[in-house]
Design a protein around this ligand. Sequence first.
Ligand SMILES: [Zn+2]
Length: 597
Amino acid sequence: MPNINKLTVENVAHMLERRGLLSKEQLKDVLVRGKDQELRLYAQHHSGASRRSHAGAETVSPAEVIASFNLVIPSTAGQLLSEDTVTEALAAVTGLPYFKIDPLRLKLDVVTEHIPRPFALKNMIVAVDESDGVITVAVADPFNETIVSGLASARRLEIRRVLSSKSDIMKILREFYGFRASVVAAEAEATSSVDLGNLEQFFKIKGQHETIEGTDKHVVSAVDFLLNYSFDQHASDIHIEPKRETALIRFRIDGVMHNIHVIPKQLHAPIVSRIKMLSRMDLAEKRRPQDGRIKTNFNNKDIELRVSTVPVAFGEKVVIRVFDPDILLQDLDSMGFYSREMALYNSFLRRPNGIILVTGPTGSGKTTTLYSSLRSLSSPEVNIVTVEDPIEMVMEEFNQIGVQQAIGVGFDSILRNILRQDPDIIMIGEIRDRETAENAVQAALTGHLVLSTLHTNDAVSTIIRLLDLGVPPFLISATVLGIVAQRLVRKICPDCKTARILTREECDYLQLPQIKHTVWEGEGCKKCRGTGYKGRSGLFEVLDINENMKALISGSAELSRIAAAARQDGLVSLREVAIKKMLEGSTTYEEVISMTG
Ligand SMILES: [Zn+2]
């Protein structure tokens, strides 16, 4: 078998075909169209769209070119030939260990200290680990040995080479060196250390801060890097926490916190000021909590950030919640509904008036469901008004009003006023009190479609909650169209999914028949950061308030009778939906247990 010794699309494609990762036809296709595709990718990298392109370093790798064809690997169930798969194959033929870079496990110092930035960019290499004096360097080109050996002898380093995908390496080079350079430059300008305990010192520093606070270009770019990095990692929250001598930056990703950077203490205040400035907060106010928001753009999509600051022992702590429209606004079809529930829910949404309720605890994805529903209803002819506390995400298609309890502008007073503004569809963030419930009913009775949420555990008990809020039974049956109870479960990582058989005890616990049920779980891999999970899916229990149900409710039937009738109508409980998702292999036994309690 001829081995390859130069990294070209042609060589790599032949190698992949020999290893069964490309069929003969696919190989032909790649050979014919490879050159054009390479030029196209090159043009893309150099277009204005990629904000931080680095001249010279942005060549296109053969793995990228081949991955961009989106080819299905022969004899797999639709698995696409990715840049990682190509790189892994390349590692196998060249004998270099394959290394999947996990940015969250890299140390800033290791990445930035040993290899000068221009050199790293030019040669597409990055230091990924240091132990016992040996530096592990990830390279994109396995055949360019002299670069690393030259580096080793020039810097008197012992270097071990591993192979990583070019995209991963470039991402690290951009994020880490960019952030590091900004922090170092900004630090150099803030020469003295901050000590809030020393008043004299404080005034002196304050003067200095005015020169670097918020506007200094290094601080500006450090914040830019930080935000872009968080979007790239799909972080849901960014925490910036002042400590006695440093400040800690942490991201929450798929529900788990990760330490990202430790930055010098003197940069904490300027970085916080920059963020406060972007979110239009009062810069001088440091003793009271503040809220603000930032709207920004990443990969051509708008991202909304909700920022809050709280004074803590060593300064101001900042928490930024990231609202990525890809996560917050999904197609209703991709949220995890089964077809019966989806059809019912869509039938509620098509009605001209009435109330649709989405219920569940905090963090169960209710907002995503409401926003996505409104999005699906939105058109130029429809006037959609939302009343929220606070506004989760600013959407131009809707007229959004934020509740301001502090100045007495609550849900009920806003609702009374907006009914005069001729809305067609009204979204009420949450029904918490009698007045809001009455206004929702009033709006539904006067011809509006009302969507709202409630904190209840399941669909049927929501009726009890409405009664508790003082809505009379005949008004519930006259206005409520349907109730959706919802939860989120984590999905199993497709890259490390393994099967097992449910134990007897587990079957008992879920009240399943004692037969061999196959279930799946993630063993933990690099793609899922060892958690075994990737992404989340919704569970939906949908109660249709049909004629039969209306009669029961207005006749003040007992909850158990209503529940029995709902079962007869085909209601599938959250627990049953969860078990179905488990048996289908999309979530685990553990998730079912933690969701259903
Ligand atoms: Zn995994």
